[in-house]
Design a protein around this ligand. Structure first.
Ligand code: GLN
Length: 300
């Protein structure tokens, strides 16, 4: 075939099938579907489908995709159009600068949950010191996010994470191994049912959404986060009642408990912890200035 006859078809195809063009096309589709960060999501998913990091993707902008690459991108893009979070599609999420694996049994760690880590470290700085061999318990650890973040900062600390889901614990265990943090162990149980204290620090991001409010959450959460990790019972406070009942017996003298809280829950959770004889501090706000972490101390 004469080159001239090929040229229009080829250039048309080529123009619509470069890496850059695929990024633009999926950005436009995500935007039209009302997805929050269309450009970022398209970049991450195209990069993941092609096995390219951010820099390599940018350097490949004019490369023409082959059909198998196009269909790999489309498979991921269509999952995002169905509101599956990017973190679930790529299977990892960064938390406290740690790259964590997640799966269907774990929450996607949220940036606001870093407030729990900050609050715990601040409490440790004021009363105990980071160099000590602190004993930490993370109740409902999921992917291990909070516990692993703390162990990455507290080089002499030991931690135990619990979860009702053995599948979640397998993920936490894998994250622990991948990060080379050997000072964590995991136990499958409800909150602290199988634990024997004392612990210097207890942390938890328990399920705290009121059962009837789950249907109103964004599809990324409602359809993909495990219900077990969200559902806090009729008023969302069931886990805090359980935590308040067990924390005093589980904490060492001068120990601290730090819990994540949801919208409008600060006063009720502080009252539950105070009712159990612990001394709550004012809640620590997250980056959106929402009260997010509550710290309570046990006396000496
Ligand atoms: N932070 C999650 C959300 O807003 C809820 C997680 C939880 O219940 N602990 O959807």
């Amino acid at each position: 075939m004469p080159p001239a006859a090929m040229a229009p078809a080829l250039s048309g195809d080529a123009a619509s099938h470069t890496v850059a063009k695929a990024r633009r096309a999926w950005t436009a589709r995500f935007r039209a579907a009302g997805i929050d960060s269309p450009e970022l999501d398209a970049r991450l998913l195209v990069g993941h489908a092609l096995g390219l990091d951010h820099a390599a993707l940018a350097a490949s902008a004019t490369r023409i995709l082959v059909a198998s690459e196009e269909s790999a991108i489309a498979a991921l893009g269509n999952r995002r159009l169905a509101h599956e979070p990017v973190a679930r599609i790529v299977g990892t999420k960064e938390f406290w600068s740690l790259n964590l694996r997640i799966d269907a049994a774990t929450l996607v760690p949220r940036p606001e949950t870093e407030t729990v880590v900050e609050a715990a470290l601040a409490a440790i700085d004021t009363c105990r010191g980071r160099a000590r061999a602190l004993r930490i318990a993370d109740l409902g650890t999921g992917s291990g996010a909070i516990l692993l973040a703390l162990l990455s900062e507290l080089h002499n600390a030991f931690g135990v994470g619990t979860d009702l889901s053995p599948q979640a614990l397998a993920v936490a265990h894998d994250n622990t191994r991948r990060l080379g943090l050997t000072r964590a162990a995991y136990v499958a149980c409800d909150m602290a049912a199988a634990l024997h204290g004392p612990f210097d620090v207890i942390v938890s991001n328990p399920p705290y959404i009121g059962s009837d409010n789950i249907a109103a959450l964004p599809p990324e959460v409602r359809l993909f986060d495990p219900r077990l990790a969200l559902d806090g019972g009729a008023d969302g406070l069931n886990s805090y009642r359980a935590i308040a009942a067990i924390a005093p017996g589980l904490l060492a003298a001068n120990g601290v408990i730090v819990v994540e809280i949801g919208a409008g829950q600060a006063e009720a959770v502080a009252a539950l912890l105070a009712g159990a004889g612990l001394a709550p501090s004012p809640p620590r706000p997250d980056l959106n200035n929402m009260p997010r972490a509550l710290v309570a101390k046990k006396g000496s």
